[in-house]
Design a protein around this ligand. Structure first.
Ligand SMILES: *Cc1c(COP(=O)(O)O)cnc(C)c1O
Length: 376
């Protein structure tokens, strides 16, 4: 049996007539940039996440940069970022001329609030004046510890920007992610839970002033064509992406439930494999399971064994950001973030998508069991 890591082809086949029609409408109307399909999507996505405003953008990375830029992050500022995330979270800070300040993760792979608190209280008053924001990442689809993070952001007067790139439809105490902080940033990279057919992203907010600032910047600072009130950028969403995403919005809630069911099956069937640590969900969270990540000591050997048996897996992420060459100039050392460094060696992302069948999950679990049996 072959089990791919993601299966975008099956999903397309399941909704092909609707997608093809929506794309055809964009071609017929020639509304290639923004236009009615993007507007329809923005309204639907805002409703889905119970936000007042949504702007479709050109990617998740651009969404993060747009949010920080519009919120006023400037050169010399510092912004807190978890050290175990995709580099885009930190890049958005760097693109503003600001500097990411890394924090280690906890057992749930999210920003460790006790280490955040330690870092904040260890900062000098001078350092603290440059600290302007914090970007919790709802990694793998599990909301970060937003109650504590919101309280600390308030106490230290930090802009709270949520990286929701992996957490569409995830909830914290019943509230959709992206609306807990000032602004939520989403990616619709094809492999994300809600995937476009190219690059796309979105920002959501309940703050009217920030919304208006982001609207301007994302389209060359122009409230109307050729009137440029501020220097902006081109972070607009394409019409075809809006059309695809508007169709998929009708399915995302069902797809999220299917991911959760698949995760339950994995966890249930892996329960008696003592070598495997399955993901745990903190109370009050709805996990959207963008990724189903297990932890094992013999990770590389298991990964190879699964690949040899037709199962593709992934690493999210193999190298924490402080050990990346791109951030060598920040001067962090190996050993600075022991939890993230240890996790990076043990994590393994198993195949996860709504269309994954019970037989496929059973096969993956059986192969994992075979691997450990062969080692005993
Ligand atoms: C995918 C991702 C991004 C970037 O989104 P793109 O659309 O690929 O630019 C940012 N942060 C996290 C956590 C992501 O997983």
């Amino acid at each position: 049996m072959i089990v791919p890591f993601v299966d975008l082809k099956t999903q397309y086949q399941n909704i092909k007539p609707e997608i093809d029609l929506a794309i055809q409408e964009v071609l017929d109307s020639a509304a290639f940039i923004m236009g009615p399909k993007v507007k329809e999507f923005e309204e639907g996505f805002a409703r889905l996440h119970e936000a007042a405003y949504c702007i479709g953008t050109s990617s998740g990375t651009d969404s993060l940069h747009l949010a920080l830029w519009a919120a006023g992050i400037q050169p010399g500022d510092k912004v807190i970022v978890p050290v175990n995330t995709f580099i885009a979270t930190a890049e958005a800070v760097s693109l503003c001329g600001a500097e990411p300040v890394f924090i280690d993760c906890d057992d749930y792979y999210n920003l460790d609030v006790s280490k955040l608190r330690q870092k904040l209280s260890a900062m000098s008053a001078k350092e603290r004046t440059r600290l302007r924001g914090i970007i919790p990442v709802h990694l793998y689809g599990q909301p970060a510890d937003m109650d504590e993070i919101m309280a600390l952001a308030k106490e230290y007067n930090l802009l709270l920007v949520e990286d929701c790139a992996q957490a569409h439809c995830a909830r914290f105490n019943g509230q959709p992610v992206g609306t807990l902080g000032l602004v939520g940033c989403f990616s619709f990279y094809p492999g994300k839970n809600l995937g476009a057919y190219g690059e796309a992203g979105a920002v959501i907010t309940n703050d009217r002033r920030l919304y208006e600032a982001m609207r301007l910047i994302h389209d060359h600072g122009a409230p109307v064509r050729y009137q440029h009130d501020v220097v902006g950028h081109n972070y607009r969403m394409e019409g075809i992406q809006g059309a695809v995403l508007a169709v998929k919005l009708n399915y995302i809630s069902a797809w999220t439930r299917m991911r959760q069911e698949n995760a339950n099956l994995y966890s249930q069937w892996l329960q008696d494999v003592t070598e495997v640590t399955v993901p745990r969900i903190k109370s009050g969270r709805t996990h959207s399971f963008h990724l189903y990540v297990i932890r094992v000591k013999e990770r590389d050997a298991l990964m190879k064994y699964l690949a040899d048996h037709g199962i593709s897996t992934g690493l999210h992420y193999p190298v924490p950001l402080h050990l990346q060459k791109a951030y060598a100039h920040l001067g962090y050392q190996r050993g600075d973030f022991p939890v993230a460094e240890k996790m990076a060696k043990e994590i393994l992302s198993l195949p996860m998508y709504p269309e994954l069948t019970e037989e496929q999950i059973r096969f993956v679990v059986d192969q994992i069991k075979n691997f450990f049996a062969s080692r005993r």
